[in-house]
Design a protein around this ligand. Structure first.
Ligand code: AMP
Length: 282
């Protein structure tokens, strides 16, 4: 496996691969790899000749109050895991190489970025789409895979791909969970022991609402309440939002119809870790 730090070197390498007719796959990550990331890589391994995993903690998508400095950076261990899961190239650029002095351009995907995570973290999605487009231009993949875990992010990136006619097939991979249901996340390492014990309730709340939905409940308030009831039982975290939204991330009111995204964000009371999770109904 190759480890490439320089954007220009990577781009030259990928242009050559394209000239040789090789199919390229890309798995963008911020590192601190867990089985969720690995399963993304494995899901497209057989469909490409060169599998590139990018590892970059992107400063542009963090607000000044967020955890950019303390975000786990474990490049050596990540490279080992990437190699073991069939990655051919790890691209791990520095912030200075990605955003040299004078950098000024931003990709913005409009209304969909103003709801849910966009409302809670203003500017976050502009940072995401800007870096993802840069990564696409450097890696030049035929296929890129993202996680359902960050459902709105996947919708926003699909919006960008469609709107800007980016010739990339995007795949959304299901959320990989711990055996107790907690969605895997690099941020789970921040949790205190007590928070970790209670954290599976976050998924349990979603499952409770899904069960209710499957029994025929279609009232959006009742479904949100079913989640809230489960969360009330925990004194380890506080829900930031419990949302039922359509494919454009617009909040549903009254009776829901068609496929809806039930997403939650909980703030852990002690470590202040922000945990996100979601499930589709319908
Ligand atoms: P991150 O490193 O957190 O930016 O995540 C990189 C990619 O992995 C994103 O597309 C995430 O949605 C995806 N991802 C993160 N956690 C999981 C998980 N538990 N299951 C599946 N995909 C995930």
């Amino acid at each position: 496996m190759e480890l490439i730090h320089s954007p220009i070197e990577l781009q030259k390498r990928m242009i050559k691969a394209r000239e040789n007719g090789q199919r390229i796959g890309c798995v963008p990550t911020m590192g601190a790899l867990h089985e969720g990331h690995i399963s993304l890589a494995c899901s497209i391994r057989d469909r490409v000749d060169i599998l590139v995993m990018t590892i970059f903690v992107n400063p542009l998508q963090f607000a000044p109050s967020e955890d950019l400095d303390k975000y786990p950076r474990t490049l050596e261990a990540d490279c080992q895991k990437a190699e073991n899961s069939g990655v051919d190239i790890v691209f791990a650029p520095s912030p200075r190489d990605m955003y040299p002095s004078g950098f000024a351009s931003t990709v913005s995907c409009g209304e969909i970025t103003t709801y849910l995570e966009g409302a809670a973290r203003p500017g976050h999605f502009d940072g995401v789409t800007t870096v993802v487009l840069k990564l696409f231009n450097l890696v030049q993949p035929h296929i890129a895979v993202f996680g359902q875990k960050d459902a709105q992010q996947s919708l926003v990136i699909q919006r960008m791909i469609t709107d800007l006619n980016i010739p990339i097939e995007m795949i959304v991979h299901p959320t990989v969970r711990e055996s107790d249901g907690l969605a895997m996340s690099s941020r789970n390492t921040y949790l205190t022991r007590e928070e970790r014990v209670d954290a599976p309730r976050i998924n349990r709340g979603l499952v409770a609402a899904k069960n209710l939905y499957e029994k025929g409940e279609r009232n959006s308030d009742s479904l949100r309440l079913a989640v809230a009831e489960i969360y009330k039982e925990s004194n380890q975290f506080t829900p930031e939002y419990i949302s039922l939204a359509d494919q454009f991330c617009i909040e549903c009111e009254g009776t829901i119809t068609g496929k809806v995204l039930l997403s939650v964000v909980c703030r852990c009371n002690s470590s202040q870790t922000r945990l996100i999770d979601n499930i589709f109904l319908g």
